[in-house]
Write a protein that binds this ligand. Structure first.
Ligand SMILES: [Zn+2]
Length: 78
């Protein structure tokens, strides 16, 4: 079995089960996005920091959230 069942969070580096990871699209400009795999905790933190969050259903199925941070920033590792 070589199915991918874990995801490395791109912010904290934690390896989490696939079902506990989410993809988030960060808006970094008009029609410019940065996709990141995030664990639940990091996604929660980014959602709190977000200027706006849009439901992406029908836009990009795999992405959990479309997030715009203040200043169209991309989150970075702490
Ligand atoms: Zn994380």
């Amino acid at each position: 079995m070589s199915r991918k069942t874990t995801v490395d969070c791109e912010l904290c580096g934690d390896r989490v089960p696939l079902e506990q990871a989410k993809e988030a699209l960060f808006e970094i400009g008009s029609n410019a996005y940065h996709l990141m795999d995030l664990c639940k905790a990091c996604l929660g933190a980014q959602l709190q920091a977000a200027e706006s969050v849009n439901d992406t259903s029908g836009y990009r199925q795999t992405a959990a959230a479309l997030i715009r941070l203040p200043g169209s920033a991309v989150p970075s590792r702490v």
